[in-house]
Design a protein around this ligand. Structure first.
Ligand SMILES: *Cc1c(COP(=O)(O)O)cnc(C)c1O
Length: 381
């Protein structure tokens, strides 16, 4: 039987295996020299002064917001079209999320909608470089300056992505990365905060370690959000391969685009577009289904048919954050912009196809040909 093509797969080699064994033999397993080395290498890769490793992308976001001074009563504007951890990090700080709708073509937060959502309580913007393509940084930095807002980047899907030759994660007061196994690079579980602000870096380090600089001297309420040296050892090796893995993703994406162009010409799908001045690292290759009477129905049928052919396609995300029960409860009570039509339309149309770095040319061609065949077989022409 043909091997199933998964939507995501970590690329782990001998280097990672060797690095982990070395740490195990050293018997220093928790946060130590390997975490420090990983932090230094990562900061230098992104082009910032400081990197603080954490236990996950979620804990990185939580600490980044706290370190930027987000607190009860503050409002933070974010996107409704992301993984729930993005908005949850605002709630962890007892602050209020304000949702600004996304741009239909780029899937990213729309700067015009951000401006409409700003109130006297807005303290920060929490933007997401979704699927690996940087947001409109020029416009967003302009808004931050005009309205005196902090900027936090959720770069959990954008390791190595660039906007005008600057890496995603180097624009905000702070930025966050995730190293979950489905991301462009992994440590199993893990995260990273990056910043060039020494005060933010110091605060994040303090919060990561139970609010203590010295053992058993607790200055503030902190957490245990540390990364292990075992995980960091994997991260050090993964970071060395990141550019190569991203190039592979890009190549795979370009091949999918070439093969699926005809479906787009027939207006059956819309393919991902790369906006000017930026490098896309294709965490996901996400198309929009435009065929059939109901986009959602057609899409869900296509997922089932792809599955029969051994291809795992997924929807990121089937339900926008403001439609999740927890947020519906909050939004009912508080007056937050709930006019998020683009996010709702996208939730019905988007479909992510496998594009990850472990896939070869033959597999990508098989994915494209299978999709074309499904459109034909189901009379979707
Ligand atoms: C993966 C992800 C997170 C959370 O990272 P974890 O490491 O899973 O906690 C946050 N935001 C976005 C956009 C993500 O893709």
């Amino acid at each position: 039987m043909k091997k199933r093509i998964k939507i995501a797969e970590p690329c782990i080699g001998r280097e990672e295996e060797k690095a982990v064994i070395e740490v195990l033999k050293s018997k220093s397993l928790s946060q130590g020299v390997k975490v420090r080395e990983f932090e230094e290498n990562f900061a230098s890769y992104i082009g910032v002064d400081h990197a603080i490793a954490t236990s996950s992308g979620t804990t990185a976001l939580h600490l980044a917001l706290l370190s930027c001074g987000i607190k009860r009563g503050d409002e933070v504007i974010t996107t409704p079209f992301s993984f729930i951890a993005t908005a949850n990090s605002i709630l962890y700080c007892n602050a209020k999320p304000g949702f600004a709708d996304v741009d239909y073509e780029s899937f990213n937060i729309d700067p015009e909608r951000i401006k409409e959502s700003i109130t006297s309580k807005t303290k920060a913007l929490l933007i997401v470089h979704l699927y690996g393509m940087p947001c409109d940084m020029k416009e967003i930095l302009g808004i931050c300056e005009d309205y005196n807002l902090m900027l936090i980047e959720d770069a959990c899907q954008a390791h190595g992505a660039m906007y005008e030759n600057k890496k995603a994660g180097s624009f905000g007061n702070a930025a966050c990365f995730s190293f979950y196994p489905t991301k462009n690079m992994t440590t199993g579980e893990g995260g990273m905060i990056v910043t060039s602000d020494e005060k933010i870096a110091e605060k994040a380090k303090l919060l990561r370690q139970h609010g203590a600089k010295q053992s058993y001297e607790h200055e503030i309420l902190g957490y245990n959000f540390r990364l292990t040296d075992i995980a960091a050892a994997i991260g050090i090796e993964q970071l060395k391969k990141l550019d190569e893995m991203n190039e592979k993703r890009f190549k795979n994406a370009m091949l999918l685009t070439k093969k699926l162009r005809n479906l787009e010409n027939k207006k059956l799908v819309e393919l991902p577009k790369i906006k000017t001045n930026r490098n896309h690292v294709f965490h996901q290759y996400t198309i929009k289904i435009k065929a059939g009477k109901e986009a959602k129905e057609t899409r869900d049928k296509i997922i089932k048919e792809l599955d029969k052919k051994g291809i795992e396609a997924r929807v990121y995300y089937p339900k926008p954050i403001h439609r999740q029960k927890i947020y519906e409860r909050i939004l009912r009570k508080k007056s937050i912009n709930a006019e998020l039509k683009v996010a709702e339309k996208l939730a019905n149309e988007v479909l992510s196809l496998p594009v990850h770095a472990c896939l070869d040319r033959e597999e990508i061609e098989y994915i494209a040909e299978s999709l074309i065949q499904i459109f034909e077989e189901n009379g979707l022409e």
